[in-house]
Design a protein around this ligand. Structure first.
Ligand code: ARG
Length: 582
């Protein structure tokens, strides 16, 4: 469906032309004085400079010419604004079309295109910590947003499964159990099917090993183990496989509680086979050059305002690094999926890393000239006091603990207010807690830091996830009381609250599209907060279930049902859902 702004801008442009002015002055915007009008055109003010006459004279002439069939008001006011209100009939027709169209008639601008969203970035064998919350939540929302617009979406977690942490675990395990067959280089038999450690062992082994990094002898062992693992040493590969088998289900379990799901569970290890040929090729084409013993890809550009150092491809000790893996991953993605776009969600401190990798990918034609590469660098989530989030003993807080704390907090409310029967407490709690956590995050612009404030995020009032859920649940309960409503057509609104609600409904497409184009899920939050506000205002000011005029009542029901569907679609994009009761 055409956007309302485009429809009325086209009419206004025609009016400018009919009045003898250039069409380009006819741009209409949403009113910044909702008390006066719904839309406005300020074009007469700019036209006045070009045509050297009074803006109000132009505004008057244009208003005179405007085709007013879609408007209930068209006023030229001093100094030269044209204020507009839409007619009820126009809105009714527009909403009826939205109601009956797929996805509210929002244009599927991503159809035929493929996007890879690289988000999450969990590291195998290390528990997820609070730093993993934002990339998971933001990435999932951006992926779902692209999917809504028709893109073929591939979410890839890009596991950290190939680095030093693996070598550290191997080295530590060898110190503890040197008799295991994995360490015997002459062993040619099958390795045991079950791992010589459990998940909780692993959760102890890794930090212990990591704390020994400062011991040069141990560090050397860990580096050697990492190197040999990457070279394919059989016993180490077997340990690696054990670690993966134990660690992945646990990662999946936690991502599941966050309703974050990946199409691909690939990792750095999967990029590894692409590295040797890629490096050889870059060297051969002279794109990689030697610099102090390392092979680097210079990526500085003339227009750079600050220095962009070369991307290191191979370190002087012959090892590949983070950037090498990312470049090889791009190669794999292009070969396997030929995406039109790749979007990465990580901490914004990785900005430079991605800038270098993207440039190297372009320079070496690993991507096409038109392949879009975007890094969404997010800010930090701090504690309620604005300071970095720490556990009581100064450690990093586990993601699971954070989710658990939020869940406990919400459960207490659910129980205290007797919101649902005992048997539904857990399911309802989980939904509200997830909404609190995700909306609390996503309502902030991704690049900004924010403070985690459990009480505020979980409040049922204010700009929060639970408030949105509450609005949906309220409408669901009215609809349930009313009965079948799926086929009720739109009606001309009978009060101003209905009109405000109708106007808010029409803005879903533009809001989602802006969120898509700027990679800012917070714009979806801002939109649904406005829409939920309009729903609640309408609900408070209007007798719905007791309305005696049945046709009018049917119109009201149809209106709130549409608003509810939009709210539910939007929260689905944000990555959470509403309970039946609240
Ligand atoms: N594992 C990385 C980390 O912990 C994040 C990976 C992000 N994605 C990527 N393609 N580099 O920092």
């Amino acid at each position: 469906m055409k956007k309302i702004l485009d429809i009325i801008t086209a009419k206004m442009e025609q009016a400018f032309v009919d009045a003898g002015y250039e069409a380009s002055f006819g741009r209409v915007t949403v009113s910044n004085r909702p008390d006066l009008c719904e839309y406005q055109c300020n074009g007469a003010l700019s036209a006045a400079k070009q045509y050297k006459c009074a803006p109000i004279a132009i505004a008057n002439a244009v208003a005179e010419k405007l085709d007013k069939s879609d408007f209930s008001m068209c006023d030229a006011v001093m100094p030269g604004f044209i204020n507009l209100k839409l007619s009820d009939t126009f809105l009714q027709t527009y909403l009826e079309e939205m109601r009956t169209a797929t996805d509210f008639g929002v244009e599927k601008i991503g159809e035929g295109q493929t996007i890879v969203v690289d988000y999450g970035g969990a590291n195998v064998a290390k528990p997820l910590h609070i730093g993993h919350l934002r990339p998971a939540i933001i990435g999932e929302a951006l992926k779902r947003l692209h999917k809504f617009f028709g893109y073929h979406t591939i979410g890839d977690i890009h596991l950290g499964d190939w680095g030093l942490q693996m070598g550290l675990i191997i080295a530590e395990l060898q110190e503890r159990q040197p008799e295991l067959p994995y360490f015997d280089e002459n062993y040619t038999g099958e390795y045991p099917e079950t791992a010589p450690f459990t998940l909780s062992d692993l959760e102890e082994i890794y930090p212990t090993a990591s704390s020994k990094k400062s011991d040069p002898v141990f560090a050397e062992k860990a580096h050697t183990a990492t190197f040999e693992l990457q070279q394919g040493r059989r016993g180490y590969r077997a340990i690696w496989q054990h670690i993966m088998n134990i660690s992945l289900p646990d990662l999946k379990r936690i991502y599941d509680t966050l309703d974050v799901h990946y199409e691909k569970w690939l990792g750095e290890s999967d990029a590894d086979p692409y590295i040797p040929d890629m490096v050889a090729d870059l060297k051969q084409r002279g794109l990689a050059v030697l610099s102090e013993g390392a092979w680097v890809v210079p990526v500085a550009e003339e227009s750079d305002k600050k220095e962009v150092p070369p991307m290191i491809l191979v370190k002087s000790d012959g090892s590949a690094i983070y950037a090498t893996t990312d470049l090889a991953t791009i190669l794999q993605r292009m070969q396997d999926w030929a995406p039109d776009k790749m979007l990465y969600v990580t901490d914004k401190r990785q900005n430079l890393h991605f800038e270098q990798v993207f440039r190297a990918a372009k320079k070496s034609s690993i991507i096409k000239a038109e392949t879009q590469m975007e890094h969404v660098g997010h800010g930090t989530m701090n504690g309620a006091d604005g300071k970095p989030f720490k556990t009581r003993d100064g450690g990093v807080l586990r993601l699971e603990t954070l989710i658990g704390d939020m869940t406990d907090f919400v459960r207490a409310k659910v129980v205290e207010n007797k919101i649902v029967d005992d048997s539904e407490v857990e399911a309802t709690t989980a939904k509200i807690a997830l909404a609190a956590l995700k909306y609390g995050d996503l309502s902030n612009q991704p690049t900004k830091d924010y403070n985690f404030d459990m009480e505020r995020f979980a409040a049922f009032e204010g700009n929060t996830g639970p408030y949105i859920l509450y609005t949906i649940v309220r409408v669901k309960s009215i609809l349930a009381k009313y009965g079948a409503h799926e086929h009720l057509p739109m009606q001309v609104p009978a009060n101003i609250y209905a009109k405000d609600l109708m106007l808010a409904i029409t803005k879903v497409g533009p809001a989602l599209e802006s969120a898509l184009k700027t990679s800012c899920p917070n714009l979806i939050c801002a939109y649904i907060y406005e829409l939920a506000g309009a729903v609640n205002k309408f609900y408070h000011e209007t007798r719905i279930l007791t309305e005696e005029d049945k046709a009018l009542q049917a119109g009201y029901i149809s209106l709130i049902a549409l608003a509810k569907n939009i709210l539910e679609t939007c929260i689905h994009i944000l990555g959470f859902s509403a309970p039946e009761k609240m």
